[in-house]
Design a protein. Structure first.
Length: 144
């Protein structure tokens, strides 16, 4: 189970204002680099029902307001050119990985990322696009 998450809860039981921190995945680190807002968790649970297991990949953007892409798990092939920043468990026993290109990570390595949701159409390849929503990165410097 991931930090700040109760076992077996559905989207309607998410506490207001809670963020879900990802499990640590980078060797030698003991802190989460990425989190999901309640709104992001709720949308991901809905998308999970439609598309099955999901994943995120962030390959562009320089700052707050960048949009990570959400794909059915395995539809985006990762490689040694990508960094696994964290994993979430929204559905018991099922991972949702958050990946970033290694090149992008060099720019963002000093930041903590929070995935949020805003109204507006995102990229046509990201699974939330038909919902009239898009995922959005909110960032802060690590330790702040």
């Amino acid at each position: 189970m991931m930090p700040n998450q109760e076992s077996g809860r559905g989207s309607s039981a998410l506490p207001a204002g809670a963020v879900l921190e990802a499990a640590v995945t980078l060797p030698g680190e003991n802190f989460s680099r990425v989190a999901l807002t309640v709104e992001a968790q709720q949308l991901l649970l809905k998308l999970r029902e439609q598309h099955g297991p999901l994943m995120f990949h962030q390959s562009g953007g320089c700052c707050d307001g960048s949009s990570p892409m959400c794909y059915p798990d395995g539809d985006f092939i990762t490689s040694e050119a990508d960094v696994l920043l964290g994993t979430f468990e929204l559905t018991p026993g099922e991972r949702l990985d958050f990946w970033m290109s290694l090149e992008q990570f060099e720019y963002w390595k000093h930041t903590h990322l929070t995935v949020d949701v805003v109204t507006g159409r995102g990229s046509g390849f990201s699974v939330e696009a038909p919902e009239g929503k898009r995922f959005l990165i909110r960032s802060r410097l690590m330790g702040s």
